[in-house]
Design a protein around this ligand. Structure first.
Ligand SMILES: Nc1nc2c(c(=O)[nH]1)N[C@H]1C(S)=C(S)[C@@H](COP(=O)(O)OP(=O)(O)OC[C@H]3O[C@@H](n4cnc5c(=O)[nH]c(N)nc54)[C@H](O)[C@@H]3O)O[C@H]1N2
Ligand SMILES: Nc1nc2c(c(=O)[nH]1)N[C@H]1C(S)=C(S)[C@@H](COP(=O)(O)OP(=O)(O)OC[C@H]3O[C@@H](n4cnc5c(=O)[nH]c(N)nc54)[C@H](O)[C@@H]3O)O[C@H]1N2
Ligand code: SF4
Ligand SMILES: [Mo]
Length: 708
């Protein structure tokens, strides 16, 4: 066993905090401060601090499991488990064709794994049916970013720019709980005289830090942004020169905004006209300003238009592609950025290429050594794929997601998963979804394998192997290598992450997310490199390197759009958008709005964090957050069980009564399975462009539950 300190990064969220790992003689691993990484400078949240607990063999999977004749999952050899998967997937393909085999990935996978999974689906299985959980995450912001700017990189600038800006509007982000070490950048913003505005139906820990907190009705951020743009125009605050020189499409966007009078917007959102005016003043007066969105405005059936409206506000005021100004999306998962770039998305090839673009197909097919015509076309989006299980899709290979807990309308999705002919799951723990599988494969975790992730800033990072995995565990790359061989593809699925990365570099070369100038060696030396980073020094953008000094290598691109946007003509595009209602408005039968989200001590479906004692002590279970007025009407006291009922189902959890939430809205975190599962209730109404489900607003009624 190595006994030295290994600098690496956290397994959980997109901040990808730096940490040091030291193996102890008793087999445990110590997580300690690593101060040289600029994003967190040593700080870690409770999840990162306790992340090594999930490496312990008493909470994780240590052997492949297969379902025996009695229907029980029992330990099996790797050969038996892999043979069964190859047979299960192969049988479906032979009987129903390649598109009857589905693949579902995750934004927690390293770039190497996400890339290999996409290649595995298209080259080995020949299926178009692959998508991943990132569809449920930042897909609306990605779609809006591509429309407006021509490229989707969550933040077009490093986090360290935030404290130097004049004003930041945080739309539907509770980063004090979801990315705690990043709060520092916003505290420094205020110390430097900048203003923080938070938009959230709840007065969250983040909202408590704000100079101004707006609490709109869930699902109305689109109208809110339009109302602000209306005032910008009415008050003569449009940056006409910028609009003329750097944008296109202003007239239509302007007309759409003019139809959204402040009084009308007040009626829709519940945010008062004086508050709208104050927001415009604070946003427009300083030299520079930013808008950052997270899942609040994005996880809506109109998330793409909503983000588009916030981008319009930035463009009209000249706050994009200028120093210390811009629009950014706070991506969520550990590799939420890289995971959306290299081909595990239904319509995508590596390097953020489009699967239906003949030039992209030809480039990638050449790297893969296959005929471009053999590559399938685009497949279904995540919810549509899960909804087709058991009907069009008969077998599924699932890696790094737990949809039984995290998918919308989860009872239906659970039933769809149970109806599959064959399910194989690769995971580190026996998640609620893995428990339904025919075969479960135990895989290595972050500390046990090397690989790259790309954090929310677009910074590509090297996670290093710090310890030897326990006996009997293999990596996702080894799994795909073995399955490919069993399904007749002997070559092209290496098990060494660096070898995969070298191929990814070539596959991404020339694409929007160009990694071709990045190597493991550079990543180890430079503490991360921002994409795009093409291999040729000739491509260095103006100003990035002192004049006359030709760089040996491209320095990477911390800041995008300063000279031009990534559109063919270099101009950003306004989108003409108008308010529309949420897919399911409250009515007499379901009079209350439900919104969902997170708490600081649990991560996602909880598969990992619910196995950590310290985190469970801090966040032991689900709850229903509601206003005292709603609680009184229900006759519920603090801690009483409350039933929340939607058209999709019923969930029960203890009441948490607080006046920090709007009286027309209840909130549930989604980290738990069982009776308190929030996703039993949520509405799978999809955004027409991003195919994002409406996690953040549906109609429910509340019922008192008599305690036993
Ligand atoms: N502790 C913890 N941290 C995490 C995660 C986790 O599970 N736990 N997950 C990671 C991932 S993958 C992600 S995507 C990020 C998510 O990070 P965030 O987006 O910060 O997380 P959420 O709690 O889903 O939503 C943020 C806020 O949106 C508000 N909101 C609800 N409805 C609306 C609305 O209609 N409009 C507006 N403006 N706001 C609304 C909620 O009240 C909530 O406070 O967190 C990452 N970090
Ligand atoms: N109601 C509601 N639902 C939501 C959301 C919401 O705000 N509200 N947010 C949505 C969002 S933003 C997201 S990102 C999704 C996330 O929801 P999920 O996709 O369920 O995410 P996780 O719980 O992180 O699941 C990851 C699984 O992969 C395993 N794993 C971790 N690392 C690896 C690895 O390297 N290889 C393999 N094979 N497995 C690994 C973990 O143990 C875990 O079981 O939930 C979505 N669902
Ligand atoms: S904020 Fe995110 S990356 Fe940082 S320690 Fe916590 S979970 Fe890990
Ligand atoms: Mo996410």
């Amino acid at each position: 066993m190595q006994s030295t300190v290994t600098p690496t990064h956290c397994p959980y969220c997109a901040l990808q905090c730096g940490m040091n790992l030291t193996p102890a003689p008793d087999g445990t691993v110590e997580v300690s401060e690593r101060t040289d990484f600029p994003v967190n400078r040593g700080a870690l949240c409770g999840k990162g601090r306790t992340s090594a607990a999930v490496l312990a063999s008493n909470v994780r999977l240590t052997s492949p499991l297969v379902r025996d004749e009695g229907g029980t999952l029992v330990p099996a050899s790797w050969d038996e488990a892999l043979d069964r998967i190859a047979a299960g997937l192969g049988r479906t393909r032979a009987e129903y064709g390649p598109d009857a085999v589905g693949v579902f990935g995750g934004g927690g996978l390293t770039n190497e794994k996400a890339y290999t999974l996409g290649k595995f689906a298209r080259v080995v299985l020949g299926t178009s049916q692959i998508d991943y959980n990132g569809r449920f995450c930042m897909s609306s912001a990605a779609a809006a970013g591509i429309k407006a700017f021509g490229v989707d990189r969550g933040l077009p600038f490093p986090l360290e720019d935030i404290p130097k800006s004049g004003c930041v509007i945080l739309v539907g982000s509770n980063l004090a709980e979801t990315m705690p070490p990043s709060l520092r950048f916003f505290t420094e913003l205020k110390e430097n005289g900048g203003t923080l505005i938070v938009i959230d139906p709840r007065r969250t820990k983040t909202a408590e830090q704000a100079d101004l907190h707006l609490a709109p009705r869930p699902g109305t951020d689109l109208a809110l942004a339009l109302g602000l743009l209306h005032l910008v125009i009415a008050e003569g605050r449009v940056d006409e020169e910028y609009v003329r020189e750097r944008t296109a499409g202003w007239e239509d966007a302007r007309a759409a905004a003019m139809a959204h009078w402040p009084e009308y917007v007040e009626r829709i959102t519940g945010v008062s006209v004086p508050q709208l005016r104050e927001t415009v003043r604070l946003f427009c007066e300083p030299e520079s300003a930013m808008v950052l969105t997270a899942r609040g405005p994005e996880q809506q059936s109109k998330g793409t238009d909503t983000v588009g409206a916030w981008i319009n506000l930035c463009l009209a005021t000249g706050r994009a592609g200028r120093p210390l100004s811009g629009y950014g999306c706070l991506t969520g998962q550990g590799n939420g950025q890289g995971g959306r770039e290299h081909g595990q998305k239904a319509d995508q090839l590596p390097g953020y290429r489009k699967l239906d673009d003949p030039a992209a197909r030809a480039h990638v097919a050449e790297v893969w050594g296959v005929d471009p015509d053999s590559l399938p076309g685009p497949g279904r989006s995540a919810y549509e794929l899960l909804d087709a299980l058991g009907t069009d899709i008969r077998s599924l290979l699932l890696m790094a997601s737990n949809p039984v807990v995290s998918a919308p309308r989860a009872a239906h999705i659970e039933e769809r998963i149970r109806s599959l002919d064959f399910l194989a799951v690769c995971d580190v723990v026996l998640s609620e979804t893995a428990a339904l599988a025919d075969v479960v494969l135990p895989v290595t975790q972050w500390a046990e394998e090397t690989g790259t992730t790309t954090n929310l800033e677009g910074r590509v990072l090297l996670r290093r192997r710090a310890i030897t995995p326990p006996e009997g565990i293999r990596s996702d790359l080894e799994v795909m290598h073995e399955l490919a061989a069993r399904l007749g593809v002997e070559k092209g699925f290496p098990t060494d992450p660096e070898e995969v990365f070298e191929e990814l570099r070539r596959a991404s070369a020339g694409g929007a997310a160009d990694y071709s100038g990045i190597t493991y060696r550079r990543l180890a030396e430079e503490n991360g490199v921002f994409w795009p980073c093409p291999a040729e020094a000739a491509d260095v953008s103006e100003g990035a390197v002192p004049a006359g000094e030709a760089p040996a290598v491209h320095p990477g691109t911390p800041r995008l759009f300063l000279d031009r946007f990534a559109t063919p003509d270099g101009r950003a595009r306004f989108v003409p958008v108008s308010h529309r209602a949420i897919a399911e408005e409250p009515d007499d039968e379901y009079p209350v709005l439900l919104t969902t989200g997170r708490v600081v001590a649990q991560y996602q479906s909880g598969a990992q964090t619910r196995r950590v004692a310290e985190l469970n002590a801090a966040a032991p279970g689900p709850f229903v957050e509601l206003h005292p007025r709603l609680a009184a009407r229900l006759g519920a006291a603090e801690g009483d069980p409350v039933a929340v009922v939607s058209r999709r189902g019923r969930a029960v959890a203890p009441a948490r009564i607080t006046n920090a939430i709007r009286p027309d809205t209840v909130f549930m975190p989604f980290h738990w399975p069982g009776e308190g599962r929030a996703n039993t209730l949520t509405n799978p109404a999809l955004d027409p462009t991003s195919r994002m489900p409406e996690f953040k607003a549906c109609a429910v009624r509340l019922e008192a539950v008599s305690s036993p």
